[in-house]
Structures are given as C-alpha cells and as structure tokens.
Design a protein around this ligand. Structure first.
Ligand SMILES: Cc1ncc(COP(=O)(O)O)c(C=O)c1O
Length: 368
C-alpha cells in the first residue's frame, strides 16, 4: 500500500466541478486581482472566525510580518514566541527589525509554556505570538492574562489551526490580530500561496488594507509606506468553494486522530492528547518515540510517507546563531524535536489506510 503524507488531489476530485466553475468565473470577469471573490471571501472568512475583519494577503508569513509592521513593532522591540515552530513566525519578527525572544513549549501539547513567558518579559517586550501548533490552540486564557497584566499585544499565529476552538471560541479573535496561512496542505488550503489577517480592530484592518496595497489610499495617491501582498481572485474563489467544507474536514481529521489513538495505544509511543476544553483540528498528527528516525525509515520502506515538524528548534537554526543560544536553553523543545514524527493526516485518509499504518508500526516495535 502507498500512503501519501497529504493528498490534496483527492480533495480536489470531490470538488472539481465547483472549483472549475469558480476559476472560470474569475477568468470570465477578469477579476484576477481584487474584486468580488476576494471581498466575499474576506467577509466569509471573518464570519467563520467570528471576528469583524479579514484582510487577505500573499501568505501566512506575510500576514505575520505585516501585522508586526502595522502594529508598529520594529528595531529595539522584542516579541516573545515559542521556540518550536515553523521558522516563518520568527522570520516575520526579525524581518521588521525586532528581536524574536524564544520561550520553551509544554511537553503535553507543544504549545507555548505560559509559565516561561513572564521570565522573558523586559521593558522592550511589545508582543507575544502564541502559536496554535499542529491544530491545537495554545492556552489563550493564560497568554491573554499575562498580556493584559503587562500591557502587551497578542498576535495569534493560527497558520495551522483554521477552525480550532479554545473553550468554545474559535482561534483568531483572542488577540489584536491573527495570521492564517492558505498554503495548499493546510486545513483550508489554496492552490498556491495565500494568507489572511483577522482582527476585531477595524481601524487596524483599514491600516492593514492600505499597507498590503502599496499604501494606496485613493487611486494614485500613496499615503503611506506599503507593499504588494495580495491574495489573487482565483485563490479567493477556490477558497470560497472550500470554506463551507472546513468544519466537516476538521471533524474527519478528529475521527482519524481517534482511530490512530485507539490503534497505537499499546506501543512505546507518546500520542497527541485530545483535550476537553479545546477543539484540536489536527493539522498534523504528531507522535513521539525515541526510535523516531528508524521508525520513519521503516514506514517509508512500507510505503507510508511521514514528516518531521520540526527537526531543529529555531534557536539552533543558523539564521539565529548570533543570539548566542546553546544546547540546553530550551530543554523541552530540544527533547521533543528528536522524538517527533508526523503520521499521514488529511480528511480523506481511509480507515483501511490508518489500519495499515498501525500494523506497520506494530511490526516495527515487534522487531526492535
Ligand atoms: C506556524 C506557522 N506559521 C507561519 C507559517 C507561514 O505560512 P506560509 O507558508 O503561508 O507563509 C506556517 C506555514 O507553514 C506555519 O506553519
């Protein structure tokens, strides 16, 4: 059996007719940049997230970078982020000239450890970026509490968590602004790069709109520093077809996670938890084992593609060597980076495929 890590084409086949129609609509109306599809998607995604505004941009990285810039974060400022994330979160901060200040994660769910945040706050700290990693919301009550007490901004990195909920509320509205990615393999993925910023602050949303489009207020009047960071009409039209299916896809991911948990319970593996107070949307299904590299190789030989998210914590990346961190600075992140393995996870993954993966894992451990 051959099992892909993700299978976007399967999803496409189910929606082919509507997607063809959506693409054709954009071509027929020549609304390649901006236009009705983009505006409608912004409204629909804001509604979905339960926030007032959505401003679409070119990628999740741009969403984070633009939020930082427009919130006035820059040289001399510090922004607290968890050290185990995709590099884009840190790059967004350093790209505006601010310093990403790293915090360890919790071993139980890999999200930012709130007990470590206060230790890192200085007079220069401007914001905290909690990350809803692998589809699991960070502990937003604790993060919001600290931010309120210390007068800090909160920027949610929700790039892996479309539709996830913390205590019944969807991620995206807890902070001043939140960033989403529509990278094709995300829970809500475009057919190319794409991203969105959501915020309840309409004044901020207006500034974000201005900035993403050359700083152009009225036609040919450029009132402020800006960039070109847009989601094109075809991507917006495709995302509009997909958005109504997102909750069902997330439900299927949860079901698959339950199958995995049932089948893998008896092995020397740490499984992701499904906490009561959060709706985890399982962007990734990440297990941990001390035999990670051997297991990955074994599964790949048996036709099962796996991933590692992420093999090197950010403080050990060459790009941030100048911060002078050493091994041992973030013990939990360093430990789990050596153990984590992402198993195939996408809504169309069948029970038969999950059974097959579990049998291979059982076989691996029986041969150890
Ligand atoms: C946690 C996190 N933040 C930011 C990003 C950046 O998103 P994009 O790839 O759309 O730039 C990603 C994408 O993989 C991500 O997983």
């Amino acid at each position: 059996m051959k099992i892909n890590f993700v299978d976007i084409y399967k999803q496409h086949q189910a929606l082919k007719t509507q997607i063809d129609g959506a693409i054709f609509r954009v071509i027929k109306n020549s609304t390649f940049i901006g236009g009705e599809e983009v505006e409608m998607f912004e409204r629909e995604f804001a509604n979905y997230c339960g926030v007032k505004n959505c401003v679409v941009v070119n990628s999740g990285t741009d969403a984070l970078r633009i939020i930082c810039y427009v919130l006035g974060i820059g040289p001399g400022d510090e922004v607290i982020i968890p050290v185990n994330t995709f590099i884009a979160t840190a790059l967004a901060v350093s790209s505006v000239g601010a310093r990403p200040v790293f915090v360890d994660c919790r071993e139980s769910d890999y999200t930012i450890d709130p007990t470590e945040i206060e230790k890192k706050i200085t007079l220069r700290t401007k914001a905290i970026i909690p990350i809803h990693l692998f589809g699991q919301p960070a502990n937003m009550f604790s993060v919001c509490d600290i931010a309120r007490k210390k007068g800090l901004l909160i920027i949610e990195d929700a790039c892996q968590a479309h539709g996830a909920k913390f205590k019944g509320t969807r991620v995206g509205g807890f902070g001043h602004a939140a960033a989403f990615s529509f990278y094709p393999s995300k829970n809500l993925g475009a057919y190319g790069d794409g991203g969105a910023i959501v915020t309840n602050d309409t004044h901020l949303a207006n500034k974000l709109r201005l900035y993403r489009e050359y700083g152009q207020g009225k036609k040919n009047i450029f009132t402020t520093q800006g960039v070109n960071s847009r989601l094109d009409g075809i991507q917006a039209a495709i995302l509009r077809v997909k958005l109504p299916h997102l909750d069902e896809w997330n439900r299927q991911r949860l079901e698959i996670a339950r199958w995995y948990r049932q089948l893998l319970m008896d092995f020397d593996i740490i499984l992701p938890t499904i906490p009561e107070d959060r709706d985890h949307v399982f962007h990734l299904f990440v297990i941990r084992t001390n035999h990670r590299d051997r297991l990955k190789l074994f599964l790949e030989k048996r036709g099962v593609s796996c991933g590692i998210h992420y093999p090197i914590p950010i403080h050990q990346q060459p790009v941030y060597q100048h911060f002078g961190h050493t091994i041992g600075d973030f013990k939990v992140a360093e430990k789990v980076a050596e153990q984590m393995l992402s198993l195939p996870m996408f809504p169309e993954l069948t029970r038969e495929a999950v059974d097959y993966i579990a049998i291979q894992i059982k076989d691996f451990f029986s041969k150890l």
